[in-house]
Design a protein around this ligand. Structure first.
Ligand code: PBG
Length: 323
């Protein structure tokens, strides 16, 4: 039946009707808030390109996590800014490292908050690349050892899950084997499986102080043009033992999220990255868009595309609106 019997506007006439037939509903239990932990005490330093986000010392990070209770947010993911950086990223796999200390403190003070840790070396290397550099390029297989050590040390500190974001080949298998050998067979791996070499990471690199000092990440992160290759990355990570997979960034890669959702029966996460957040904030501050409205529209789009876990700097604001 067609017009005039069929009128799709009938079900759009009121908010109650629209609410009844709504196909996609956001749930803050699927949101993960990224946090940047830095040395010191009582430190809460705003990241200029990411309004409302801070580099926080361990005590402030604990307070932030305590403030999440009651909002229904699913958890946090921790990034570390170490006291010092070196060629070997040693701050990353040190049991006394900044992320390890933060995990222990959160687990002691607010044990109910789910803590995921980002496993990568770029915040810990003096040159800002994600691993051991030989002749201007990251050496894959040496880097695997650092990642495995980092993951084990995060698990030992009490992390609920580890999330490798480095894009080395074989890292999930290396991390799974190391976790199992060291008594952490139950620690899940959330793999940043399809992570693209993106211009949208700019503000994060200010936040995490991890801008590469030479070159870029295109020899390990994916070419934004490649969707089929993204499916191979995900398949390989699952074969190596990943428990969940992630697509990153989110909004410019909704097609990849949808392909992943249709092909793989595992939880699919998407990372609405720093640049996605900062663009919305900047336009809103200019009065060009309505922040809350665009925030919810982007999150709904990412969810509709097939991600039921969203890493987002909007986690708290969106949870408040939904609550
Ligand atoms: C570390 C890492 C990055 C992000 C998450 N983990 C930066 C990068 O790869 O350069 C980006 C997150 C964001 O932009 O919000 N490798």
């Amino acid at each position: 039946m067609a017009f005039p019997q069929t009128r799709l506007r009938r079900l759009r006439a009121s908010e109650s009707l629209r609410g009844l037939v709504r196909e996609t509903r956001l749930d803050p239990a699927g949101f993960i808030l990224p946090l940047f932990v830095c040395p010191g005490e009582g430190v809460r330093r705003e990241i200029s390109s990411m309004p409302g986000n801070y580099q926080m010392s361990v005590d402030e990070t604990v307070r932030e996590c305590a403030g999440l209770r009651g909002l229904g947010v699913g958890g946090v993911i921790l990034f570390g800014i170490p006291e010092s950086k070196d060629e070997l990223a040693s701050g990353g796999y040190d049991d006394g490292g900044i992320v390890q200390r933060a995990v222990r403190a959160i687990k002691r003070e607010v044990p109910g908050v789910l803590v995921v840790t980002d496993v990568c070396n770029c915040e810990y290397t003096s040159h800002g690349h994600c691993g051991y550099v030989v002749d201007g390029d990251v050496d894959n297989d040496v880097t695997l050892g650092w990642l495995a050590k980092s993951a084990v040390s995060h698990a030992r500190a009490g992390a609920d899950a580890v999330a490798p974001s480095d894009m080395m080949d074989g890292r999930v298998a290396a991390i799974r084997a190391a976790l199992d050998e060291n008594g952490f067979p139950k620690t899940p791996i959330v793999s940043y499986a399809a992570k693209f070499a993106s211009g949208f990471y700019g503000p994060f690199r200010e936040a995490a102080e991890s801008t590469p000092q030479f070159g870029d990440r295109r020899s390990y992160q994916m070419d934004p043009a490649n969707g089929r290759e993204a499916m191979r990355e995900i398949q390989l990570d699952l074969d190596e033992g990943a428990d969940m997979i992630m697509v990153k960034p989110a909004l410019p890669y909704l097609d990849i999220i949808r392909m992943a959702r249709d092909r793989f029966d595992v939880p699919v996460a998407a990372y609405q990255v720093s640049g996605e957040f900062s663009m919305i904030m900047a336009a809103a501050r200019n009065g060009w868009i309505d922040k809350d409205r665009v925030m919810m529209e982007t999150l709904t789009s990412i969810w509709r595309a097939g991600a039921q876990i969203i890493l987002t700097y909007f986690a708290k604001d969106a949870a408040r609106l939904l609550g």
